[in-house]
Ligand binder design. Structure first.
Ligand SMILES: NC(=O)C1=CN([C@@H]2O[C@H](COP(=O)(O)OP(=O)(O)OC[C@H]3O[C@@H](n4cnc5c(N)ncnc54)[C@H](OP(=O)(O)O)[C@@H]3O)[C@@H](O)[C@H]2O)C=CC1
Ligand SMILES: O=C(CO)COP(=O)(O)O
Length: 319
C-alpha cells in the first residue's frame, strides 16, 4: 500500500499511475476537497479531466501508516516542514519519499534534509525529474530519478514506484538530484521572462546553457556528482521546464516578462527557491549572475532591460 500526502496535481497524478499495481491512499488536507474527490472520482481543483481509479482511497485524516510500503510527500517545498511538524508522529516507519522541488527559504535545506531533521529515524528519498502531472496521469511515457543515499532502501523503492509508463532510474546522489530539480525551476522563470519579453529563442538557449553552468557550479560545490546534473533530474528537467508552456514556472516568467500579473494561488516553486539560491551562493562565494538577475526580476528590483544590461556587460571570458 502506498500513501500519498498532498492531493495537488503531482500527488494525484502519482496516485493514478501507482494505482495500476498498488492500493493507494491519497490524503488531502481539506476534508471538503477529499469528500469531493472520493465522490466524483476526479480532482477537479488540481488535475481536472482525469478519473481516479477505484483503488485510490481519498481521505482527510492521516491514519497510522505503519503498514505502508512508502509514504510520498507531494506538497510544495515551502510547506514540507509544516506538514512534517504537524503529522510527523503518525508517519514513523516506512520510507518517506519527497516529491517536491526546491530549497527551503528559511534554512537553505533541501527536502530530504528537512525530513532528516524532523524524522531522523525515517529513511528518506526523493523522486524528481522531467514530468508534467497531466502527462503522468494520462499514462504517457515518463522517466524520473529516485535518489536515496542508502541503496538498500533505494532499490526496492525504485521497483515499488515504477509502473508500466513511469520508468525510474536510481541514484545515491541525493544532493545532485535535489539541486537539479530545485535550480531548474529558477532557470525556467528566466526562460519565461526571455520569451515573454520577446528577446528570442537564441537568448533562451543562452540562458538555459549559462543557467545549466550555474546549476552545475552550485551543485558540485555542495557535493553533487556532475553526471547527476547531466541526467534526468538536472539537464532533463531543465529542458522540459524551460521549453514548455505547461510549466507554471515558465508561465510565471512569461507574465513577468510582459509586466502582467500572475495568479498568486498557482504553485511557482522557483520564486522562493531563487531567493534561497542567491543566499546560499553568497554564503558559499559562488558566482551565480543568471540566478541573481532572475531573483532581482522576481523581487521587482530590476526591469528586464536592466537585467539584460547587467548580464551582457559582464567582462568577456572563456566558456
Ligand atoms: N505539477 C507537476 O507537474 C509537478 C510537480 N512537481 C512538484 O510537486 C510539488 C507539489 O506540486 P503540485 O502538486 O503541482 O502543486 P499543486 O499546487 O497542484 O498542489 C499543492 C498541494 O499541496 C497542498 N498543500 C499545500 N500546503 C500544504 C500543507 N501545509 N499541508 C498539506 N498540504 C498542503 C495543497 O492543498 P490545498 O489544495 O488544500 O491548497 C495542494 O493539494 C512541487 O514541489 C512541484 O515542483 C514535480 C513534478 C511535476
Ligand atoms: O517540475 C515540473 C516538470 O518536471 C513541473 O514544472 P512546473 O512546476 O513549472 O509546472
Amino acid at each position: 500500500m502506498i500513501v500519498i500526502l498532498g492531493a495537488g496535481a503531482f500527488g494525484t497524478a502519482l496516485a493514478i499511475t501507482l494505482a495500476r499495481s498498488h492500493a493507494v491512499t491519497l490524503w488531502a488536507r481539506d476534508p471538503q476537497h477529499a469528500a469531493e474527490m472520493q465522490g466524483t472520482r476526479e480532482n477537479a481543483r488540481r488535475l481536472p479531466g482525469v478519473s481516479l481509479p477505484e483503488n485510490i482511497r481519498v481521505c482527510a485524516e492521516i491514519e497510522t501508516v505503519e503498514t505502508a510500503d512508502a509514504v510520498l510527500l507531494a506538497v510544495p517545498m515551502q510547506r514540507l516542514r509544516a506538514l512534517l511538524e504537524e503529522h510527523g508522529a503518525r508517519l514513523a516507519g516506512p520510507p518517506l519519499v519527497a516529491c517536491c522541488k526546491g530549497i527551503e527559504l528559511t534554512t537553505g535545506l533541501g527536502p530530504t534534509q528537512i525530513i532528516a531533521q524532523i524524522l531522523p529515524q525515517s529513511p528518506a528519498a526523493i523522486l524528481t525529474g522531467p514530468s508534467f502531472a497531466a502527462n503522468i496521469a494520462k499514462g504517457l511515457p515518463t522517466a524520473l530519478t529516485l535518489a536515496c543515499t542508502d541503496d538498500e532502501i533505494g532499490r526496492p523503492l525504485q521497483s515499488l514506484l515504477s509502473t508500466g509508463t513511469l520508468r525510474l532510474y536510481r541514484t545515491t546522489d541525493v544532493i545532485g538530484a535535489e539541486l537539479g530539480g530545485a535550480l531548474k525551476n529558477v532557470m525556467a522563470i528566466g526562460s519565461g521572462v526571455v520569451m515573454g519579453a520577446g528577446l528570442g529563442e537564441s537568448a533562451r538557449a543562452a540562458l538555459m546553457t549559462r543557467g545549466f553552468a550555474e546549476m552545475c557550479r552550485m551543485a558540485t560545490a555542495l557535493g553533487a556528482r556532475p553526471d547527476t546534473l547531466s541526467g534526468l533530474s538536472g539537464f532533463g528537467d531543465l529542458v522540459l521546464t524551460c521549453t514548455s508552456d505547461q510549466s507554471r514556472n515558465t508561465r510565471f516568467g512569461q507574465s513577468l516578462g510582459r509586466n502582467e500579473a500572475f495568479d498568486p494561488t498557482i504553485t511557482v516553486e522557483g520564486a522562493a527557491t531563487a531567493r534561497a539560491v542567491c543566499q546560499r551562493a553568497a554564503e558559499l562565494g559562488i558566482d551565480m549572475p543568471v540566478s541573481r538577475a532572475i531573483t532581482a526580476l522576481i523581487d521587482g528590483e530590476l526591469q528586464v532591460d536592466q537585467a539584460m544590461d547587467m548580464l551582457l556587460s559582464r567582462p568577456l571570458k572563456e566558456e
